[in-house]
Design a binder for this molecule. Structure first.
Ligand code: 13P
Ligand code: SF4
Length: 384
């Protein structure tokens, strides 16, 4: 059984923290003392630590994970049904539509009208007629929806849910590359970035369209920001271009333990291993398939194989279970669950609050026009 006692849960979460801190050099004092406001403008590559809020969210998610027997609870909590009815009524009343990323908790996914990866959500947002769009995901996702739909009211159920990688670029590094390579350089920006960083860039990409978009660019040099892992992966797929990589990373995928991957491989030699390109080079070297969350899910659903190892945030399990029901497939995950503290801050009660009170309205960011252009260019190039 995967439901250890409370004591064991506490011990496990303690060791997960200790191990991750060893890996990233976190200090307990820094974790406890940092506030969200300090994030902007810092070079998080060197100084990354979880904020106190993220730490609390992570601990809670881990506890829920073990208590529920995995990321998908066998039963939603008491009161879920009436909450769900209230959400449905409010959606109609407010002319609202709810979008969710695959990494948010399973009950929030169940309340959404659409669930998808970053590209799907960005593209979909442009086609929606609703007056209000509630984006259940981290802040760069809500911001992108607002940039693409400035006339709509866009709500983020938890505005403090903020992807750390979205800040991991320094303007001076972009300026140096522009100076050095001039017009032969394209600054390619993963959508996991703030609007301010998008505004420094020529085009955005997501993990599902990056190869296609980069190939379409006329420039020979690519500065890929912020994610070094996705950047390196794309560079290998597009060898005709010269890549300059930035040092940013997703702390969730970066923290995945290679030993746990080897153990899964050893115990399940016939399973297909699917990984998200935010994983490290060493982890990606083990993968049979590399793709976005949506691509991973679709591959499993369509496959004739019976066993799979999935290396990405645990939230994808909700859709995998739903879409493969009755197919007799077995999907395995690392022993230490991959839980994104920021995505896990999006809770069903907060979604309800947003619909009730209009809580978490996203304002159009400064430099909206310049941030919007690379997003639009991505949508253009990705569907050519
Ligand atoms: P995708 O859903 O586009 O694969 O992105 C993963 C991610 O990290 C979102 O924060
Ligand atoms: Fe950011 Fe990683 Fe969380 Fe995605 S999983 S939102 S990249 S921290």
């Amino acid at each position: 059984t995967r439901q250890p006692s409370c004591q064991l849960t506490a011990k496990l979460s303690y060791w997960v923290q200790v191990r991750r801190r060893r890996k990233f050099g976190w200090s307990g004092a820094a974790v406890a003392g940092r506030g969200r406001a300090t994030r902007e403008g810092r070079n998080l590559v060197e100084t990354y630590t979880r904020t106190a809020l993220e730490e609390a969210s992570y601990q809670e998610a881990l506890e829920r994970y073990y208590r529920d027997g995995g990321p998908v609870p066998h039963e939603f909590p008491e009161g879920f049904e009436s909450l769900s009815e209230r959400v449905s009524a409010l959606k109609r009343e407010r002319d609202a539509v709810v979008l969710a990323h695959y990494y948010v908790p399973a009950d929030v996914q169940a309340l959404a009208d659409y669930v998808g990866d970053s590209f799907y959500l960005a593209r979909l947002a442009c086609t929606l007629e609703a007056r209000v769009i509630v984006l259940c995901g981290v802040s760069f996702m809500g911001e992108s929806v607002k940039l693409l739909n400035p006339s709509r009211t866009v709500l983020a159920p938890e505005p403090l849910a903020d992807c750390p990688m979205a800040h991991m670029v320094r303007k001076q590094d972009v300026d140096v590359a522009r100076e050095r390579f001039g017009d032969d350089l394209a600054v390619v920006c993963y959508v996991n970035s703030t609007a301010k960083i998008k505004a420094w860039s020529d085009v955005c990409v997501t993990s599902s369209n990056a190869i296609k978009v980069v190939r379409e660019l006329p420039q020979g040099h690519i500065l890929f920001i912020p994610d070094k892992n996705l950047g390196r992966y794309i560079a290998r797929q597009v060898p005709e271009k010269r890549f300059i990589l930035n040092e940013g990373f997703c702390p969730v995928h970066q923290g995945l333990d290679l030993e746990e991957v080897h153990l899964l491989r050893r115990d399940h030699p016939f399973a297909e291993l699917l990984a998200h390109p935010e994983c490290t080079e060493a982890v990606l070297a083990e993968a049979d398939f590399i793709g976005s969350t949506k691509q991973i899910i679709e591959r499993i659903v369509a496959s004739a194989r019976k066993e799979f190892i999935v290396l990405t945030e645990a939230g994808v399990q909700a859709q995998i279970e739903r879409l493969t029901a009755g197919q007799g497939k077995r999907v395995l995950y690392t022993k230490t669950p991959l839980l994104c503290p920021d995505m896990r801050m999006i809770r069903a009660e907060k979604l309800l609050r947003s619909l009730e009170e209009g809580y978490g309205e996203i304002a159009l960011p400064d430099d909206a026009e310049r941030a919007n252009a690379p997003l639009r260019r991505m949508l253009d190039l990705a569907v050519r």
